[in-house]
Design a protein. Structure first.
Length: 426
């Protein structure tokens, strides 16, 4: 059985799907992993077939277009204009790559608009697959984080309205998608409403923990929250001697890093972080990522490093300050670390708020309102509050008890076997 996984986004989006691919390969499937060229080495390192697709993730997300995408997702009109001006050509190429990677597959996993036409064209098991709630499934359990603001006061009905208000975003790219349906797949054109309805009928796999964000009761039974998909690095990490010396020179420091996210004022954010660390009397390992933290001189209480594997670093720090990405949040939850979320956009507000709701960290501080004076007390609290540490340990035990990859693999194999049986009978 051949499986194609089609993955777009940042490293935090892609690596959990690589982990799921490893689980599927272990279960006996041939796995083709289609992703941007940044991730080809990691895919191959884990024994999967790499299918490089259009573009580079790092170049996009650290550039002006990546920042604009994050900001304009909060407005349907702005996002439509941004798509028409910048993304439509790339979207067309990505759709063609999607078809080329999937056309001989028995199972397809993807989180993008093209999933439904692929299912329609191939007649195989296709799963909408990602690491956070998808924009096209409304719920009253929590508000839509992609809009950037929550209803006040919150309620079940008000939360559902935030998802419905964003529903017409599904028509972005309708003309490109219909042209691809007709010209490449040989399918009739359709409306965005019908495509959305069919998309919602596909089985969904969401790779995060129900202990961290409970599954809403108003979702359909075929929307599965499986538990996290953690990727293990088969190589033994060897830290730079200077990093090991910094860790050995005192008590466990804070970790601070915003992964692939770059704001409009990286130097200003970095200065705020460094000044807040000084005010709070904390030292820190600063993960500079793609350049979201840069442009200043670093004092002795801060050790800058581009990247360190989280599964190596997290047992050696006292708490983690991060952008609220689903992957980083999940790894910190598994590690039993208190956390502070500094969301930039996308789904990050949801996870940053959930950190606070679970009692494992202070209230989120959005990046656009970050100052040293606001950040410093939060750093002191996340580093020293014993109740947060106890809550983090309790959540860690729940997360560690789950088998997200095993659960997802079982669901995929059962669905593929049912579909194969129907085809055989017919």
């Amino acid at each position: 059985m051949r499986c194609t996984i089609f993955a777009l986004g940042t490293r935090g989006d892609v690596e959990p799907l690589i982990a799921l691919g490893v689980g599927l390969k272990t279960a006996g499937l041939d796995v083709r992993f289609a992703s941007q060229r940044d991730f080809a080495a990691t895919v191959e390192q884990h024994g999967l077939e790499s299918f490089p697709i259009e573009g580079q993730s790092s170049s996009f997300f650290r550039g002006a277009a990546g920042i604009a995408l994050r900001e304009r997702m909060q407005s349907n009109a702005d996002f439509q204009r941004f798509f028409d001006n910048y993304l439509s050509l790339g979207f067309s190429r990505i759709l063609n790559d999607f078809w080329a990677a999937s056309r001989d597959a028995d199972v397809v996993l993807a989180w993008m608009n093209g999933a439904q036409p692929i299912a329609e064209r191939l007649g195989v098991a296709v799963f909408v697959c990602g690491i956070c709630p998808v924009p096209h499934w409304p719920t009253g359990a929590f508000s839509n984080p992609y809009l950037g603001s929550a209803p006040d006061p919150p309620s079940w009905l008000a939360n559902r309205r935030t998802w419905r208000a964003n529903e017409t975003a599904a028509k972005v790219g309708e003309s490109v998608l219909n042209k691809w349906r007709c010209d490449t797949l040989g399918l009739p054109s359709t409306s965005w409403r019908e495509d959305l309805a069919r998309m919602r009928r596909l089985p969904h796999l969401l790779g995060y923990s129900p202990s961290v964000l409970p599954r809403p009761r108003d979702w359909k039974p075929w929307v599965h929250v499986t538990g996290y998909w953690f990727l293990s690095d088969p190589r033994a990490y060897q830290p730079p001697p200077e990093l090991q010396a910094f860790l050995d020179a005192g008590p466990p420091p804070l970790g601070v890093g915003f992964s692939s996210l770059v704001g409009r004022n990286p130097a200003g954010v970095t200065n705020a972080v460094i000044d807040a660390l000084a005010q709070a009397g904390q030292r820190a390992v600063l993960l500079t990522g793609l350049g979201g933290l840069k442009g200043v001189a670093f004092p002795d209480h801060v050790f800058p490093v581009a990247a360190v594997p989280h599964d190596w670093l997290f047992p050696r720090i006292s708490a983690m300050v991060h952008h609220g990405g689903a992957g980083t949040t999940g790894m910190a939850m598994r590690s039993g670390l208190p956390q502070l979320g500094v969301p930039f956009g996308y789904d990050q507000t949801l996870w940053a708020n959930q950190i606070h709701a679970l009692g494992v960290g202070p209230a989120a501080i959005p990046v656009e309102s970050i100052t040293a004076e606001r950040l410093a007390p939060a750093l002191r609290e996340v580093a020293s509050n014993p109740r947060m540490r106890d809550r983090a340990a309790a959540v860690s035990a729940s997360v560690r008890s789950e088998d997200g990859i095993g659960t997802a693999v079982s669901i995929i194999l059962e669905a593929a076997d049912r579909r194969a049986a129907r085809v055989t009978v017919s």
